[in-house]
Ligand binder design. Structure first.
Ligand SMILES: NC(=O)c1ccc[n+]([C@@H]2O[C@H](COP(=O)([O-])OP(=O)(O)OC[C@H]3O[C@@H](n4cnc5c(N)ncnc54)[C@H](OP(=O)(O)O)[C@@H]3O)[C@@H](O)[C@H]2O)c1
Length: 324
């Protein structure tokens, strides 16, 4: 085991909730510093982002995943610096910049909203060199979600792709990754996000009202939905050989029904931690093709405000919690 000086025996600060409920149930507590077990890294966290799944877990809407025990930690994304390398870990060293995210199987059990965390080395990857760690926390979970969705959709050079909710966390990453693959990307998004979407490389923007895009029947090779809304109308925008993915839990029922209907299935995609995907998106970041889109930042002591902002379901890009 390799350890950075000044970390052994110290304490950490971490966010948790002692009951399920609105964002105010979050509090910040002191605790013992973690140590690296076999196969693990200890990471000094620079920043995390808040994802919708973090807020639904805290609200008690995901007990089938989190369990009912309390208190529960919070946070899946992380960026930071390795302070300790456990036995049987290769390829990491103290001081190294890393990023990653915990799988949803960790919800309610482990959280990244803490000054130091111990994580399986399989969940971490070298962070891109081109950005501050405090900005990079905007990307791991949503960009790997976008990457895996675009793989499922087989988006390639020249593909015609429609991203629904293009300005959100997943959407803004998906637009950029798809553009990097040479796809032609349109979006469904509200008017205030027009400037951002143009900057990200999207071509046309359509308003969320289905009447605004009813003329697009059969137009797209792929639809990536992040909202769970108007899925059957969206499906009609696909060419006969087209594919459709939704990341929204609100789309799960339609995805099940679509399997027994003729025509393209609506696939609900659940992101999986992947070193390969993290490395692929890191390469895009360092090539200047994928940039963090940051809506707001809060210090760890104001994580409740960060959760409340994410819970509105509106806005551009990611809400970060600075921890460093
Ligand atoms: N399955 C997975 O593995 C996975 C992974 C990550 C996220 N997710 C889920 O994916 C969904 C999106 O996550 P996110 O992080 O991107 O959320 P987010 O950052 O909160 O973004 C939501 C975006 O959707 C837009 N929007 C809402 N309703 C819309 C509509 N009817 N038409 C067009 N745009 C609409 C909002 O725009 P306005 O500002 O105009 O309202 C906002 O920009 C959430 O349900 C989340 O839980 C799932």
């Amino acid at each position: 085991m390799t350890t950075h000086p000044n970390t052994v025996g110290s304490t950490i600060v971490a966010a948790q909730y002692k009951r399920f409920g609105s964002a105010e149930v979050l509090s910040v507590i002191d605790g013992p510093a973690p140590s690296a077990g076999p196969g693990e890294l200890v990471i000094k966290v620079a920043a995390i982002s808040v994802n919708r799944i973090d807020t639904s877990a805290r609200a008690g809407q995901s007990k089938f995943m989190t369990g009912r025990h309390l208190p529960q930690p919070t946070g899946l994304d992380f960026s930071g610096e390795v302070t300790e390398v456990g036995q049987q870990v290769a390829g990491f060293s103290p001081g190294q910049r890393v990023w990653g995210f915990l799988g949803t199987d960790q919800l309610g059990k482990h959280g990244t909203a803490a000054t130091q965390i111990a994580v399986s080395a399989d969940l971490a990857a070298p962070a891109p060199a081109s950005h501050e760690l405090t900005d990079l926390a905007a990307l791991p979970l949503v960009s790997v979600t976008a990457w895996q969705a675009l793989e499922e959709l087989k988006v390639r050079e020249g593909s015609r792709l429609l991203v629904v909710g293009g300005a959100g966390g997943v959407g803004s990453a998906a637009v950029q990754v798809a553009r990097a693959r040479g796809a032609i990307v349109d979006t469904i998004s509200s008017a205030p996000h027009e400037a951002l979407l143009q900057q990200l490389g999207a071509e046309s923007r359509f308003d969320p009202d289905p009447a605004q895009w009813s003329g697009l029947t059969g137009h797209y090779d792929a639809v990536l939905d992040t909202t769970g809304q108007s899925l059957w109308a969206l499906r009609r925008t696909l060419a006969r050989t087209g594919r459709m993915v939704t990341t929204s839990p609100a789309g799960i029922a339609a995805s099940v029904i679509s399997k027994i209907l003729p025509g393209p299935s609506i696939v609900f995609l659940s992101v999986k931690p992947s070193r390969t995907a993290l490395d692929q998106v890191a390469a895009l970041v360092d090539a200047g093709l994928l940039n963090p889109v940051i809506r707001a930042r809060f210090p760890l002591g104001e994580i409740a405000q960060a959760h409340a902002l994410v819970e509105t379901g509106h806005g551009e890009g990611k809400v970060l919690v600075d921890i460093s």
